[in-house]
Design a protein around this ligand. Structure first.
Ligand SMILES: [Zn+2]
Length: 672
């Protein structure tokens, strides 16, 4: 299934429709529907078989009682598919798995149970139970609900012709204490009283569920696309990857995910071998935000950024209950998708070219909730690296470290024997490592798991905040004075052959009720405390959690300390440019076309209101100087798609050119 390729311009057409509304689909016109999508250059649209209210939108052979009672055109889905196929628009079919109001209210015995005996309500942890608005009671796929779901999938294939694929929404690992799960856990020797064991069981059962359902779907259509949606793509999904044909990264920047989620999810997903798409929405905020419009500039950025991160584009919309497609929404979507269509030839089969990788602590556990989260240490590290223009992936234990020149172990990478050996072999083979704070400690957090870090662990630092004193090369751009390190570090001593790059001075005392000074932390006593940054061969170790500090507070000195460390380990990064930190650079390679494609994105998300980030203006950049270190000799450098040729020259083994104008997004092809 590794060769499944997604289309570039997709729409996810939500249709969760209350039974209290009548005239469903009465203004639907198949030709107008498909024609509007086509005009907006959409070439794949996910349409609805069943919604979170639990209603069907097709002429069900086996479950006519589940058809939406207000549905005027019983074959709504069939008409959508036929009209779209006529225009070569693909139509994967949406169904819901764990949220279904119709089913959960008729079959409470199928609902997941919390350990206190209440029903699991994913979006309302403080749920008022039965009297809560919303369809978020969560169904348990280990109960006989699974048989019902399979019968529904069979019904889709029997009732609807030409099903291209199935999108299964809301498929989460749930901490469930329902009778079926408890009996299952006891049978397999899991302790249901322990939350950790319940989650392990739930994860195992969820993998089994996906394999079961994918086999079942493939028995009807072996070529069907299959995706189980939990939005965040994380290392824990690797073990069940064969049940998927591709990844969809649901990540609406104004819908709770923010602008940092998508790139961090994509940087891992793109390393797994499956094709991926990014999912945003046309909504100003979130799904279900009817009659709202995202700023065009924000939609541009979100889609072009997907292209830069090797993903195809998907924009979420919701059809009005009367079924009439909105011309205005598709003018907005079309204005961006027409540009995407022009840019596509430089994105097909493009793979990222990365100097380095961040090892994610997610690899050591798993997210179980809806939406998923990116660990703070990874957010801090990736924000820094993006601001520096570095090219990187996010990796786990299964990744091949040797494809990268530098591996970053951010703040919390506790090492078992397997990981310690992997890191040692990587360094032996010539790789460089940056490790911070607890990264490198053994599972008991009593000592470093390997000698490669060049230090002994004495415990947590006795003082915090304390003060780093940058010196020499590691202190480039900083004064040789004290800089506060806000978060507690480790207390270390250096071993033989390790170079001390910067030391830490300690405060007069820690701030307590008995001794404190001024509003915030105690100032430095100017007395040496312990080592702060050390280097042993190609490993640089920082004793403070600089990455999570950066994610929380953004101190520029933390970034400069990492930047200088990277300059020492990687003197020739693939790309360098003179531009603001708001500029995002992504280097891709199209091997078959014999060209590199450099994406430069300059959009600035701002939080000007209480709740969301958005983008309203595009601020162009002029005359951006770029240099790149490529293994091939360039024949031509072109701004694409327009094809304008740029002058270039070589200096110290790096190709140099100037991009005259970056108006939001610029792509430069370096042909060799
Ligand atoms: Zn259960």
């Amino acid at each position: 299934m590794k060769d499944y390729k997604l289309r570039f311009r997709q729409v996810h057409m939500d249709f969760h429709t209350s039974e209290k509304i009548s005239g469903i689909g009465e203004k639907f016109d198949a030709d107008e529907f498909a024609g509007t999508l086509d005009e907006a250059r959409v070439n794949s649209v996910t349409c609805f078989a069943r919604c979170h209210h639990g209603w069907l939108y097709y002429d069900s052979k086996n479950y006519p009682e589940m058809i939406h009672p207000g549905l005027k055109q019983k074959d709504l889905l069939e008409q959508q598919i036929k009209a779209c196929h006529k225009r070569n628009i693909r139509v994967p079919v949406y169904t819901t798995v764990q949220w279904d109001h119709f089913t959960s209210s008729r079959h409470p015995e199928w609902v997941c149970i919390n350990e206190d005996g209440t029903m699991v309500d994913t979006c309302n942890p403080e749920s008022k139970g039965v009297y809560e608005a919303g369809f978020y009671k969560t169904l348990c796929v280990n109960t006989s609900y699974r048989d019902y779901l399979k019968a529904h999938i069979k019904d889709i294939f029997e009732s609807v012709p030409e099903v291209d694929g199935i999108f299964l929404d809301i498929v989460m690992v749930v901490d469930c204490s329902c009778r079926t799960c408890v009996e299952g856990m006891l049978k397999e020797n899991y302790d249901p009283v322990s939350r950790e064991e319940r989650l392990l069981y739930a994860k195992k059962m969820m993998e089994e569920f996906k394999k079961d359902i994918s086999d079942y779907i493939r028995s009807f259509n072996s070529a069907a696309s299959i995706f189980y949606n939990t939005s965040h793509i994380e290392p824990a999904l690797r073990t069940v990857q064969d049940s998927y044909t591709h990844w969809e990264l649901e990540s609406l920047p104004s819908g709770g995910w923010g602008y940092v989620h998508f790139p961090n999810s994509a940087r891992f997903a793109r390393t797994t071998g499956l094709d991926l798409l990014g999912q945003t929405g046309k909504f100003h905020t979130m799904w279900g935000d009817f009659h709202s419009f995202k700023n065009k500039e924000a939609l541009e950025y979100e889609c072009y950024r997907m292209l830069a991160f090797n993903a195809k584009c998907m924009i979420g919309d919701q059809l009005d209950p009367d079924g009439k497609i909105s011309k205005d929404v598709y003018q907005l979507i079309g204005s961006v998708y027409k540009e995407v269509e022009q840019k596509e030839p430089w994105c097909i089969e493009a793979r990222p070219v990365c100097d380095m990788a961040i090892f994610t602590p997610e690899a050591l556990g798993f997210n179980s909730g809806c939406g998923g989260t990116i660990p703070e240490s990874v957010v801090g590290a990736s924000t820094m690296l993006e601001e520096m223009g570095h090219q990187f992936d996010i990796v786990d234990v299964k990744s091949d470290f040797n494809s990268y020149k530098v591996i970053i172990l951010p703040d919390e990478i506790i090492m078992n024997k397997e990981l310690a050996e992997k890191v040692e072999n990587y360094i032996e083979a010539g790789g460089s490592v940056i490790a911070t704070y607890q990264s490198g400690l053994n599972s008991e957090k009593t000592a470093f798991a390997s000698g490669v870090f060049g230090v002994n662990y004495l415990g947590e630092a006795p003082y915090s905040p304390d003060f780093i004193v940058p010196k020499g090369e590691i202190g480039k751009g900083l004064s040789e004075t004290e800089y506060v390190m806000y978060k507690q570090g480790t207390h270390i001593e250096i071993t033989e052959g390790t170079e001390l790059l910067s030391s830490v001075n300690v405060p007069y005392f820690n701030r307590t009720w008995q001794h404190f000074c001024s509003h915030k932390h105690t100032p430095s006593s100017h007395q040496y405390g312990y080592p702060g940054i050390v280097k042993k061969g190609k490993v640089i170790y920082y004793s403070h959690p600089v990455f999570s500090t950066y994610a929380q507070l953004h101190p520029k000195w933390c970034k400069l300390l990492i930047k200088n460390g990277l300059d020492m380990l990687l003197p020739e990064p693939i790309v360098r440019y003179e531009g603001p930190t708001s500029l995002l650079a992504c280097v891709n390679l199209q091997e078959q076309e014999k060209r590199y494609v450099l994406h430069m994105l300059h959009y600035i998300p701002e939080k000007r209101c209480q709740e969301i980030f958005t983008i309203e203006d595009v601020i162009p950049l002029y005359y951006t100087k770029v240099s790149m270190k490529l293994s091939e000799k360039a024949k031509a450098v072109k701004v694409v798609p327009d094809g304008e040729n740029l002058d270039f020259k070589y200096h110290d083994g790096r190709i140099q050119f100037v991009i005259e104008k970056i108006n939001g997004h610029a792509m430069v092809a370096i042909e060799y």
